[in-house]
Design a protein around this ligand. Structure first.
Ligand code: NAD
Length: 272
């Protein structure tokens, strides 16, 4: 009989997770390490990044930290080379780093719009470009692999007050599909997928709710939170682990026939 549990293991694989010092990225790094991968945690935040590494090592996993701004192309090359040197051929990339700002369309500054596009879209493009180079046959890693890009339900539907964020996450959705098709048709052995969470209980998740009060779209935090929870038919926000489990699946051999898909994790938000 097939041993199905092995299909979800990542033993011997090297992973890089961007923006993994805290929040969803931190949980993804922990989950990949528990599934057997060696994980390079990258982030602009050094101390929490090192703390995540320590947490993984204390639990018996393998991890290291690399300071890395995803908007900088040279830093991507350094980070990927570091992952390969430290742990071996790169087979998993999670483009998780992201930022969120809130403003009504008529008030949104060009500077804010460009900043969000720079981190959320250019950052993902650069990660894809250099990981595909490394993972493709003849590349520095050369074993194919799985790339997971962090989009959002904000990449599928619109809401008030988050114009830049929606534009950026919509772009991540189609960057992922175009890369998936190209990588498959060129026989690179690389799969590319996107994940689309609704509100997850992290610093960003809290800010997202708070911004509705700042924009005077809700009278106070409790009212805004209750309205958002009610928009999720399951009645509550997600946990970082809900996203991390999905990323482990997409990174693993269990998803070997899955590419170009958009995996929605939203407690029913976009089904309602
Ligand atoms: N929390 C949510 O409700 C939610 C929902 C859907 C999607 N997401 C997405 O999930 C991802 C993680 O979000 P989170 O909730 O954990 O947010 P978070 O703010 O808690 O963590 C984001 C991490 O990205 C890092 N980062 C920011 N800019 C960076 C840069 N230029 N280079 C490298 N690292 C950088 C931050 O330092 C931080 O550690 C983001 O892409 C976000 O858009 C979050």
């Amino acid at each position: 009989m097939t041993d199905y549990s092995k299909a979800f293991r990542l033993d011997g694989k090297t992973a890089l997770v961007s923006g993994a010092a805290r929040g969803i990225g931190g949980a993804i790094a922990e989950a990949l390490a528990q599934a057997g991968a060696s994980v390079l945690i990258t982030d602009v935040l050094e101390r929490p990044g090192q703390e995540t590494v320590e947490r993984i090592r204390r639990a018996g996993g393998e991890a290291a930290f690399c300071k890395h701004d995803v908007t900088d192309e040279a830093q991507w090359q350094t980070a990927i080379a570091r992952a390969e040197k430290e742990f071996g051929p790169l087979e998993i990339l999670v483009n998780n780093a992201g930022i969120e700002t809130a403003a009504l369309l008529s008030q949104c500054t060009l500077e804010d719009f460009r900043r969000v596009i720079d981190v959320n879209v250019v950052g993902v493009f650069l990660g894809l470009k250099h990981a595909v180079r490394a993972m493709s046959p003849g590349g520095s890693s050369g074993r194919g692999g799985s790339i997971v890009n962090m989009s959002s339900v904000a990449g599928l539907i619109g809401t008030t007050g988050h114009i830049s964020y929606h534009a950026s996450k919509g772009a991540v959705r189609l960057l992922s599909k175009a890369a998936a098709v190209e990588c498959a048709q060129l026989q690179t052995g690389i799969r590319v997928n996107s994940v689309h969470p609704a509100i997850v209980g992290t610093e960003m998740g809290e800010n997202f709710v708070r911004h509705f009060v700042d924009l005077k779209l809700a009278p106070d935090y409790a009212t805004a939170e209750a309205a958002f929870k009610a928009a999720h038919p399951m009645g509550h926000f997600g946990e970082p682990a809900d996203v991390a489990n999905a990323v482990v699946y997409l990174a693993s051999p269990a998803a070997k026939w899955v590419t170009g898909t958009e995996l929605v994790l939203d407690g029913g938000y976009t089904a309602a």
